[in-house]
Ligand binder design. Sequence first.
Ligand SMILES: NC(=O)c1ccc[n+]([C@@H]2O[C@H](COP(=O)([O-])OP(=O)(O)OC[C@H]3O[C@@H](n4cnc5c(N)ncnc54)[C@H](OP(=O)(O)O)[C@@H]3O)[C@@H](O)[C@H]2O)c1
Length: 282
Amino acid sequence: MTTKFYQSSNVCIILTGASRGFGQSLANIFASHYRNQFSSNRMDDGNLQFLLISRDRTKLEHVSNSLKSIDPDHINVHCIEADLSKSGSISSIEECCKQMKIFERSDSTRKHYILIHNAGSLGETNRWCKAINVEQAKERDDYYRLNLYSVMELTGIFIRQTESMLSTMISRHIINISSLAAIQPFNGLIDYCVGKSAREAYFRQLSHELSQDLPNKSIHILNYAPGPLKTEMFSELQTNSLISDQFGAVIPLSPEESGEKLFKILCKNKYDNGSHVDYYDV
Ligand SMILES: NC(=O)c1ccc[n+]([C@@H]2O[C@H](COP(=O)([O-])OP(=O)(O)OC[C@H]3O[C@@H](n4cnc5c(N)ncnc54)[C@H](OP(=O)(O)O)[C@@H]3O)[C@@H](O)[C@H]2O)c1
């Protein structure tokens, strides 16, 4: 694939888990780069539309204000409060998109759609495989609804809705925020490892299917493992998990550092579609 990441200054970015941690950094990084890239020329006609998703409206509003302050004339933000571990949340996100005309064919100005699956949770951090039992079934359902099913369902909506706009649209990216845990076991993190691994298997399957599907052939798909990040999630691993000893002395990366690396990878566009790329890869 040879298409450049900066196709247009008319972009829609759908970002889950945008309220804090890595998601918050990604929102700021994308907004700043687009602002810098297009400020001197095309941003005047451009529009960067963010759809930020998480359970916490107050935190989302805070992120929204910081994004709008980067360029109040050209950055629009819509916050969607949704608990992705609950069935029904994806339907309400779809409804919001309809109301906001996010995927309207008549909106011929929007040229690039980016979907970033960043929301995630660790689940139980002290559980061995042999300890799994049926009493935990509801907890497990919620876990995989957030960390796997909602990702698949939102992606389905994204592909179907953008497919109907292909005559006016020039580019689509889907970015799955993955982890080393997708390809390596960690003591105690059974659901986290299985969930991240299954997410990548889904995106490999999708890339394979899309490679045979002419209208959708051009969707760029990346599984990005961001490395250990200075966020609430990593702090929980360091203090309350079976791998606390192993991770206790690790100095995590700043989310900004890893987010910048992701942005560079996207711009360079040298990855194989649907592949796993780690922060530490050369
Ligand atoms: N931190 C690391 O070292 C590390 C390493 C590798 C990969 N990752 C991955 O990077 C991504 C971001 O992690 P992070 O470190 O930024 O984690 P974090 O600080 O715990 O943030 C998680 C984000 O996901 C959202 N979220 C959690 N449960 C949700 C739910 N039920 N419904 C909707 N949103 C929900 C949270 O929003 P609300 O609480 O507002 O709902 C928050 O915005 C995750 O996919 C994680 O697996 C992290």
